[in-house]
Design a protein around this ligand. Structure first.
Ligand SMILES: [Fe+2]
Length: 435
């Protein structure tokens, strides 16, 4: 099959892609379906994962009521740490093992969903913590088999974690963000209620919206699946398999929706249409990057968030300094796309056009700048930080930022060009300030 201009037949490269669909229920108010879904999955005692703030919200109350009405026993774990660590993953895994549950439900952002994935994994297949963690930081051992059912209920329009097999955390000893990636970690069902986003502060909507935007552009511009080395066996084909005709569909529609609704959703919390559409874009982009993989903006984001010492964003709980995930990504994205466009110029131009940029008369050599300039204008319109300097870094930090991301090979090798130390330095330097 020659489709979507994918080149086939390259020596040693893969010739097929896998569609690993997420089972999604999407709709305003659908959190009340949690109990019925749990019963249909055969769950009789469920671990409900959330964080201390969300535990007091109507979202958790709705889910709890629904589970109880369906006669599902609930073991509540409301100690999920925002920006989880190996320590917090271990604590959650111990809770899960002790609670003797036969299923999981997570209600929250990416931190909550990722923690439930890890707890499900380590309580089902106990192992040394680094066993399943991505190489070269961990041993990268395959997950031995299926996990217990997991219903993931995102409360922000950004994470996409409800549709992916990835769990991200900070490894405290190394001050590095890394993750566990396996198709087995993908939640059994995503239960996506866009009403959850109606009470979010605009800064949270902006940050998570740019996470969605970068998921979609990165998945669409990722190294094509026909250029990735073929796996030793088909079952070892990674979920970060590169851009493919299936993920392209979700990316295109997510970017079209973001072009229409991102600014509106940030500017006006009462704009229900915009906030609902953003949640749908987030779901589509989650399905896409769960089947294609992100690349350099996400790979570079890990050290941007991991090395943060001073930045405290508006709209987030006022405790330790942090760069929210979406911000840590989007501060890199324009600089990255200026560089990676040479590897897939038409795809960078497609992304810009779907977001609403004027690409008339543009040639391949213009693609990176057109996309980057459009992103920068969107960042300015939504009060995003002005590049790395906007979240507390300077040119003196570029070396440390490179050191902190050079080992993110799963992501960096998914870019449409080779990314070495020199390239990373150039991309971080280009991301210092945009206006
Ligand atoms: Fe992300």
């Amino acid at each position: 099959m020659q489709c979507q201009h994918y080149e086939l037949g390259l020596a040693g490269a893969d010739t097929a892609f896998s569609v690993d669909p997420s089972a999604v229920t999407f709709g305003a108010g659908c959190l009340v379906e949690a109990g019925d879904i749990a019963r249909s999955l055969g769950i009789t005692r469920i671990a409900l994962f959330t964080d201390a703030v969300l535990a007091t919200t109507e979202h958790v109350a709705k889910v709890m009521t629904s589970l109880k009405e369906a006669n599902v026993d609930v073991a509540l774990y409301d100690e999920v740490r925002v920006e989880p660590t190996d320590m917090s993953f271990r604590a959650a895994s111990k809770f899960a093992a002790d609670a003797k549950v036969d299923g999981y439900i997570s209600v929250g952002g990416g931190s909550v969903i990722d923690t439930a994935k890890a707890a499900n994994l380590y309580s089902t297949y106990p192992a040394e913590f680094l066993a399943y963690v991505n190489a070269p930081i961990g041993l990268g051992q395959p997950v031995p088999g299926p996990l217990r059912p997991h219903i993931a209920c995102p409360t922000t329009s950004g994470t996409g974690s409800e549709c992916t097999g990835i769990a991200v955390f900070d490894l405290l000893d190394m001050r590095a963000k890394t993750g566990i990636a396996s198709k087995m970690l993908r939640p059994t069902r995503a239960l996506v209620d866009p009403d959850c986003t109606l009470t979010l502060p605009s800064s949270v909507v902006a940050s998570s919206g740019f996470d969605v935007l970068s998921h979609a552009v990165e998945s669409y511009t990722a190294r094509q699946y026909t250029r990735r080395p073929a796996p030793d066996s088909p079952s070892q084909r990674p979920s970060s398999q590169g851009a493919n005709p299936w993920s392209d569909l979700g990316c295109a529609e997510a970017l079209r929706l973001l072009g229409l609704y991102l600014e509106r959703a940030v500017a006006d919390a009462s704009d229900v249409e915009a906030r609902h559409q953003l949640m749908w874009a987030s779901t589509l982009a989650g399905i896409a990057f769960g089947n294609a993989g992100c690349h350099a903006p996400h790979g570079m984001s890990y050290s941007v968030s991991g090395l943060c010492e001073t930045f405290q964003p508006a709209g987030y709980p006022d405790h330790t300094p942090m760069v929210p995930h979406g911000m840590s990504v989007i501060v890199n994205s324009p600089s990255v796309f200026r560089n990676t466009a040479s590897g897939a110029p038409e795809r960078h131009l497609d992304g810009a056009r779907w977001l609403g940029a004027d690409v008339s008369g543009a040639g391949p050599e213009d693609a990176g700048n057109i996309l980057a300039d459009h992103l920068v204008a969107l960042m300015q319109a939504t009060d995003m930080p002005n590049g790395l300097e906007g979240v507390g870094y300077s040119a003196d930090d570029v070396g440390a930022l490179v050191d902190g991301s050079i080992n993110q090979r799963r992501l960096l090798d998914n870019a449409p060009m080779t990314i070495d130390r020199e390239e990373l330095e150039a991309m971080y330097t280009g991301a210092l300030r945009y206006w």
